[in-house]
Structure formats: structure tokens, C-alpha cells
Ligand binder design. Structure first.
Ligand code: TPP
Length: 329
């Protein structure tokens, strides 16, 4: 597939943006600048970036608790994302959602959720809305290998298939649900092997290769827009860090071998993309390094933005809710 230079460089920029955002989050979280769980996406950047590069702003995404990479890949603002992690009013959800709740409807980010598997029916609902209204948008949902065993996920796939909905199910198979290997919980060899049961294509993709992810998603988007129904894509990838910041009890090598960790770290998605860009004469080493440096600076500015933003007022606590549980006088 012919991919123009702008798109290839945008992919590199977004992967570096996610990487540098996550490295900074680890740093400031360890320093105690904010509390609560945060789930690093380091190592998995090519999955979201490749997929989102195949979408338009008007297409929707929904995601899960590993929640920072998806909105950044869709073009979300890192300052608003960082402010949300810090619980500040300038954050995506006015500081009331935190790390696992980043949403921006203006560029199709329906939101992330900490309830494993719960975004999958939400994305199917968005796709149903597209079909009922006759509007030209597709909906893509990111979920993990652990989530792929949830009942709501199977119901969603069945419903999407019988109604030929324009939805893409993107399983980010990073091979572990916290400390449980998917090989002990998924009854088939690959999550994508489940697709025939729902009469949709199942595509296994190298999740460290941003271009492979892009190409698989382009075809799934084409199907969805043509009214041919959903696709299940499995991006086989690896979580370089531990499940969550602040998890504490789990140490490197306890549930996965040192060799496994090191061999996957050697397949860093950013390195793979940069080496290809350089060897094909699309970018120089200096240009790639500049992208890294620029995104680091943008992340630094995002941290300053977050630090300078106030906390929400106590009196605003029950605003922006579907219903106010506190009886009003
Ligand atoms: C319904 C539900 N069950 C359990 C949990 C606790 N939990 C949080 S993340 C997680 C693992 C999810 O694994 P996976 O879907 O593979 O995503 P990953 O963390 O690997 O990206 C679990 C069990 C939860 N948040 N929601």
C-alpha cells in the first residue's frame, strides 16, 4: 500500500507523543504529583496509532483503562489529558474522571472506561446510530485479551454482525490480563480465531508494526463504510511496563520471563518504524530525533499546564452528571 510521507511522519509523531507522555506520567506519578491508578501503554503504541491513522476525525473510538494512548493516537490534546490525570479543571473531564476517563467528542473520542469490556457495547451503539441515521462514520473499539472473554464483548460481536454495523473490534493482545497469560484463558490460539463464530473476518496483525496495523484497519474501515459489517482485528503486542502504576506487589519477571520481556523490548514499535523510514530514505536520523525532542517539549508544557490548573470546586462536584443523587432543597 502506498502511504504518503505526511501520514508516515504523523504516525511517528503520535507514537513518540504517547511514549514521552507515558514516560513523564511514570516520573510524576512516582514523585507523588498525583495519585490513583494509571496504566502505561509503552510498547503498544503502534496498535492505536496505526489504527487511528486509518480513521477520520468524524469516526469514533472508545477504549479501556489503558487509556492514554488511544486519545493521543486519535489526535487528542496532551495538555488536557495530563490535566485530567492531575485531577484539574482544565482536564478532559474537568478533573473529575482521572486517568481512565478521557473523552473528546469533537474528534470522535467517545471515552475510556475502567470497567473491563464495557466500551465494546458502547462502540456498537455508536455504530448502530450511524446506521439508523444514515451517517458516514465508523466506530472502533480497543479492548484487551482479558476483555475478550467478557460476555458483553461476545454479545456485541454477535449483534454487530447480524445487523452489519460499521464497527471495528480491535483486540490489543498484550498477552496478559494483569498477571494472567491469555494462553490459559482464551480457548482458541488467537483471539481473532473467534471471528468465524460471528461470521466476520478475523485478522491477526503484528502489533509492533504501525504500518501493518494501519493497513489492516484501512480494509476494516472500507468494509464498514461499504455496509459489509464488522471486522475483528487482533494486534499482537506486549506491555513493556507493569500492569499499572502503583500496583506495587508485582515485580518484573514474576509472571513472565526475563527473556520474554527482553525479546519483546527488542521489537520496539518506534524503533521498527524509524529504521524503516530511514532505510527507505523517507526521513533522516536527525528528523526522527527532532520528532522525539519536539514531543518531549510538548509533554513538558502539558505538565506545566496541568500543574497550573486549579482543582475543581467542591460546589461543582455534582455538575455534569446524568442525575444528581443529592436531593436539592
Ligand atoms: C469488569 C472488570 N473486571 C475486573 C476488573 C479488574 N481489572 C482491571 S484491568 C484488568 C485486566 C484487563 O486485561 P486486558 O483486558 O487484557 O487489558 P490490559 O490491561 O492487558 O491492557 C482487570 C482484571 C475491572 N476493572 N473490570
Amino acid at each position: 500500500m502506498d502511504i504518503d510521507r505526511d501520514t508516515l511522519m504523523l504516525m511517528l509523531r503520535r507514537m513518540w507523543m504517547i511514549r514521552n507522555f507515558e514516560l513523564k506520567v511514570i516520573e510524576v506519578h512516582s514523585a507523588g504529583e498525583f495519585t490513583g491508578a494509571a496504566h502505561p501503554y509503552i510498547g503498544e503504541e503502534a496498535v492505536a496509532v496505526g489504527a487511528c491513522a486509518a480513521l477520520k476525525d468524524t469516526d469514533y473510538i472508545a477504549g479501556n483503562h489503558r487509556s492514554h494512548g488511544h486519545p493521543i493516537a486519535k489526535g487528542g490534546r496532551v495538555d488536557k489529558a495530563m490535566a485530567e490525570l492531575y485531577g484539574r479543571v482544565d482536564g478532559y473531564c474537568k478533573g473529575k474522571g482521572g486517568s481512565m476517563h478521557l473523552a473528546d467528542f469533537s474528534i470522535g473520542i467517545l471515552g475510556e472506561s475502567g470497567i473491563v469490556g464495557s466500551s465494546v457495547p458502547v462502540a456498537v451503539g455508536a455504530a448502530l446510530a450511524a446506521k439508523i441515521k444514515g451517517e458516514d462514520f465508523v466506530s472502533l473499539v480497543f479492548f484487551g485479551d482479558g476483555a475478550s472473554n467478557q460476555g458483553a464483548v461476545h454479545e456485541s460481536m454477535n449483534l454487530a454482525s447480524i445487523w452489519d454495523l460499521p464497527v471495528i473490534f480491535l483486540c490489543e493482545n498484550n498477552q496478559f490480563a494483569v498477571t494472567t497469560s491469555y494462553s490459559t484463558t482464551v480457548a482458541v490460539e488467537h483471539v481473532s480465531d473467534r471471528a468465524p463464530a460471528y461470521n466476520m473476518p478475523g485478522v491477526l496483525v503484528d502489533g509492533q508494526d504501525v504500518i501493518a496495523m494501519y493497513e489492516a484497519t484501512v480494509e476494516a474501515v472500507r468494509r464498514a463504510r461499504a455496509g459489509e459489517g464488522p471486522t475483528l482485528i487482533e494486534g499482537l503486542t506486549y506491555r513493556f511496563e507493569e500492569h499499572s502504576l502503583g500496583l506495587g506487589r508485582v515485580r518484573r519477571g514474576e509472571y513472565r520471563t526475563e527473556e520474554d520481556i527482553d525479546s519483546w523490548r527488542n521489537r520496539d514499535p518506534i524503533v521498527i518504524h524509524e529504521e524503516r523510514l530511514i532505510s527507505q530514505g523517507i526521513a533522516t536520523r536527525e528528523e526522527c530525533d527532532a520528532v522525539n525532542a519536539e514531543t518531549q517539549e510538548e509533554v513538558e508544557r502539558a505538565v506545566e499546564f496541568a500543574r497550573n490548573s486549579p482543582f475543581p470546586k467542591e460546589s461543582d462536584l455534582f455538575e455534569d452528571m446524568w442525575a444528581n443523587p443529592i436531593p436539592q432543597p
